[in-house]
Design a protein around this ligand. Sequence first.
Ligand code: DAH
Length: 341
Amino acid sequence: MKERIEALMAEIESLKCRKEQEIEEARVRLLGKKGEITKLFEDFRSVAPEMKREFGQKLNILKNTAVAKIEELRASVQESASAGDSSFDSTMPGDPVAIGSRHPVSIVREEIVNIFRKFGYDVAEGPEIEDDWHVFEALNFPPEHPAREMQDTFFISASDNPVLLRTHTSSVQVRAMEKMPLPIRIVCPGRVFRNEAISARAHCIFHQVEGLYIDEGVTFADMKQAILLFAREMFGPQTQIRMRPSYFPFTEPSAEIDVSCNICHGKGCNICKGTGWLEIMGCGMVDPNVLEASGIDSKKYSGFAFGMGVERIAMLKWQVKDLRNYFENDMRFLKEFETFI
Ligand code: DAH
């Protein structure tokens, strides 16, 4: 009997249960009607009288230990169950669901267009396959201009008015001036093509957004303000712009626009190559020759135009270092722009 008591004592002390059901099973096995301890009490009756005192004590201790252990196990299982309950926070948002990704060029093009829409600009589009007139001639390109060479432009057919892939979206401003009533206030997003060797910094296909505003009395100051407001919407309210004199055949005067670097805020970093400024677009007052070529009275009307590269803006926004990422459909790149709901 002594050994059985000791063995059960050891078993009870090391008893571990994680569920109510396991505890109940242990209780029945030990203390139930046919349980081990109950049986020991029955056997106790036939113990020699001189041993009764010793075994009686041991048996009572064993039973009390078993009862206490069962209670202790019950309490700890209940406690962990209720702890589990309180750790469930029903106000937590659900797991995000990926609904696919939009192309970064589309995201930025839309952002640019929406900013100008807010300023009252309409959206105009034109064909990607264009004629020489709309891409060059009407935009005041002299006949010997290098853009008219095969090295820079993809020609589809050569004739008096060659057909080609447009090299810039400025062609859409010509189409707009030909057919839209004045005043004109438009942005023209679109794909353009240039005969360039593909590298991290150049591609034969890319995207531009052209802008055009023509009315009576439009000035250089209007242009500056429109571009400043755009830059602040696009890159943040602290953004500054600066203008550098430039040359385009279709604008006079012309300028190149830089925005203050939104990474280092002008201190100089490797994105702005230590200058604190990033080039974002070309612009200028529409050359009177260009207005006249499309039948607009340049004595009465004036206007400004600007053009920017969508990939360039996207590169600045997300610090994409290699232009080729935009065209290779590498899922690892595209997934970075994934949308979640
Ligand atoms: N068409 C020019 C280009 O492709 C960009 C540009 C510059 C457009 C100045 C404009 C402008 O309308 O005024 O590089």
